[in-house]
Design a binder for this molecule. Structure first.
Ligand code: NPQ
Ligand code: MG
Length: 372
């Protein structure tokens, strides 16, 4: 198939509650969506980038520029465009993995809609629903945190992940353990600590956490391996893993014993599957992370999380964890702690274009013509 159209949509969705992490608080989710046409067949993709380069180097405006200036012209020159060929066609461009992921996903959606196959079947899903956990932001007080955690447990979430940072770590974890007992519990620091904090982080060992996610810097693989020798709680990497090769290296040097897989971070859903494969081959459990996706990216994440190696409950929460109103007609709804894996063609979700228009900040038709 050939790329016959491309459109960028910058939308802004209000969050049901502020989401605070060690890198800041958000009241809304700005998101970059991509709509492509392959021989006239529509496909949708979502870019995980945030408005500011605070989780990773990428940010929305830079992703939009990169897609417009480099990626779409390169893809327009490809004759037989398929999802696997997106990565090979864009491989001479370094980085910009979230931008690449959005395009790969849109091409995959169009290709699979034309073929009548679901993304879940294409990726190799073995489940028709996936258990899900919830990521709980930093709260203004311990009572406010406990109230939020209680709400999620009542809703049926299978695992609680607390965001931590220096000054908000031991006490919130202790309070949640004391109040809710033996629930599946883990923490995520989003790179907020240094190796010098090892003795402090070892205090978390008292609370039988499933893991500590990304305590140290993105580039601190060696330091994570050292930290893993100083704490008993398993180390999970998020920001540090940007490819299947990187995942294999991290595991080999002992930097982590669990991997959070996010497609955008590794450059696409096919590379995400490769991370899954290399981890499975090494006996390393993986789980599916999230970037507060709309229904488009959420559908893809849930399909990915249905692969056999995703043996740990992830962050693929129901839509109403983040949004009062998603821009997708069918929200993902929690049933007995699980979300259903979409089984329709492509991503298996339908974009409500009227609703999307109401949330759109900026929209742009891209010129689709080959360079050179
Ligand atoms: C993580 N996600 O695992 C990320 C971080 C993240 C679900 O915890 C707005 C504000 C958007 C904060 C997207 C979860 C965000 C955000 C992702 C944090 O590290
Ligand atoms: Mg994380």
């Amino acid at each position: 198939m050939k790329l016959t159209g491309a459109e960028l949509i910058h939308a802004r969705l209000p969050l049901v509650a502020p989401f605070e992490t060690s890198f800041g608080a958000q009241n809304e989710r700005d998101v970059l969506l991509v709509r492509v046409e392959l021989d006239g067949q529509e496909g949708w993709g979502e870019c995980g980038a945030l408005p500011d380069p605070v989780y990773s180097q990428e940010y929305i405006e830079a992703a939009a520029l990169t897609i417009r200036r480099f990626f779409v012209p390169a893809l327009a020159a490809a004759d037989q465009l398929t999802a696997p060929r997106v990565a090979t066609t864009l491989s001479r461009f370094i980085g910009h993995r979230m931008a690449k992921t959005a395009l790969e996903l849109a091409v995959l959606d169009a290709e699979l809609r034309a073929a009548g196959m679901s993304a879940a079947d294409y990726l190799g899903a073995v489940r028709d629903s996936v258990p899900t956990g919830v990521s709980v932001g930093i709260h203004p007080s311990i009572p406010a945190l406990l109230e939020a955690v209680e709400r999620y447990l009542v809703q049926g979430y299978m695992r609680i992940k607390l965001k931590i940072k220096p000054g908000w770590d031991i006490e919130p974890v202790r309070a949640v353990r004391e109040r809710f007992g033996d629930i599946p519990l883990q923490v995520d620091a989003n790179t907020a600590y240094d190796l010098a904090d090892a003795r402090h982080l070892a205090r978390l060992d008292d609370f039988d956490l499933l893991m500590i996610e990304q305590p140290l810097g993105e580039e601190d693989l060696t330091e994570h391996a050292e930290l893993a020798r100083l704490v008993r709680t398993p180390i999970c990497l998020d920001e540090s893993v940007t490819s299947a090769k990187g995942a294999a290296d991290a595991v080999r040097i002992g930097a982590c014993s669990v991997v959070n897989i996010k497609a955008g971070r590794v450059g696409g859903y096919l590379e995400a599957r490769a991370v899954h494969d290399v981890c499975a081959a090494n006996g390393v459990p993986v789980w599916c992370g999230g970037m507060l996706e709309t229904g488009i990216g959420r559908a893809a994440n849930v399909a990915l999380a249905a692969l056999p190696g995703f043996t740990i409950t992830g962050d693929t929460s129901a839509s109403d964890r983040y949004y009062a109103r998603d821009i997708i007609t069918e929200p993902f709804v929690l049933q007995d702690g699980h979300v259903p894996v979409p089984c329709g063609p492509g991503l298996g979700v339908t974009v409500d274009t009227d609703a999307l228009r109401r949330f759109t900040v900026e929209r742009e038709d891209l010129h689709v013509f080959a360079i050179g």
